[in-house]
Write a protein that binds this ligand. Sequence first.
Ligand SMILES: [Mn+2]
Length: 467
Amino acid sequence: MLKFVHMADVHLGYKQYNCEERAIDFAQAFLSVIKFAVERKVDFILIAGDLFHKKSDIDPLTLAQATKALEKAKKAGIPVIAVEGNHDSTYFRESFSWLDYLAKSGLVVNLKPSFDEGTMIVEEWDGESGAYIDLDGVRIYGMKYYGTLTEKILDEYSRRIRNNGFTIFMTHVGIEGYLNLYGCISSNKLHRLKGKVDYVALGHIHKSFVEDNFIFNPGSLETCDITELEFKRGFFYVEVDDGIKYELIENNRRDFVLLGCKMDSPDYEGLRSFLIKHRKNTKPVVDLTITTTRSVRKMLDEDRIKKIVEDVFDPIVVRIKWDIEDGFYSVKLNLENKDSIERSVIKQILENYDYGDIVEEVLRLKSIFCSSFNVAMVDRLVEDIVFGVKADENVEKTEAEGKSESPDTKPTEKKVEGVKPILRLTDLADLKQSKPKDKAKVEEIEEEEEVWDWRRAYDKRGRARKR
Ligand SMILES: [Mn+2]
């Protein structure tokens, strides 16, 4: 009988809330799964991405946590097969990841396809690299995270998969319909692998799910975000005999206490007795939201409240959040015109969250999305932000070039005094529609298209790549 463990989203090195203790929690969770696998004498261990929380800047402690646990598996003769997740790898550029490093050290098998001038190569693991590995009666294919290129690469990869014994396909990708997450794919893309593949091992979504005894996603081991507290998650222990038998094991993890209370006056003793009712003796993370008014907030001493929480819970982290009932959305309006009302509403909302300095970008993004979504405009906005070119200058230049070829011609439209104009609907002409100056420029553009390469986010001139 075949036995294995499937985990994902370990996030080693995540010093959540800037708390060292939390990073240790993540390592403990990982170690406990490895220990479980060793005790059950499984045939192999799968890690479906995000072993590490960060792509780079891994501190020595984090690397030690990874190697110490992986060495336990190695000592027990259990191979660990992994793929890189979005937290582990840069997916536009081929680069040497920490998982590659662990593979070179003989602690993991890091599976991913390689590319030769854009052609995908799916080769057997040779001890250092490869996309699949054959163990005793089992073949495991691995594909790392590719972001928005996932569907394209998955289609190509699927054609290269061959069934050989019990066949596993492991990747790090989100499936639509579980969480409101950007860049998810439809599970149909994976169900199509039936016949060639027996078990699809996923990671990425921090919530467990199983589809049709075929697609398996275990969720995160520790809690990366308080929204995960309500999810069932852990790791899968799988036995394969006639069919697949699996068990989702919810590993031990740090307790979180999420509390909300209303304070109409500085009644600290009332707060204390409220907290005592929710006491836990497990050194939890305490997340307390206090709803109050602006005037009562002024009377309350946050340090004193923190001290009370510490007395009651002996927590590792205390987070106090304020929900000011008459504060956040009460906005003073400047009733001059529609633009300035919009500007001041958005400005004041953003300022309440300390994002007052991105008002212009938010307004421009809003206007782009409101007027038939235009990818070129979004690209240009991102360019502006990254390279510091003002959008207005660009727009004026484009208009001048397009209309009369004369650089002296200024747009005639009036601007609101003292207010930097945001993009108007009339400005939203597709960049491609503006006439190039001469043929030489056309050729130049075509040449740029020629050197397009999916691994590069930017072209030679440092501009966002063409689509
Ligand atoms: Mn993750």
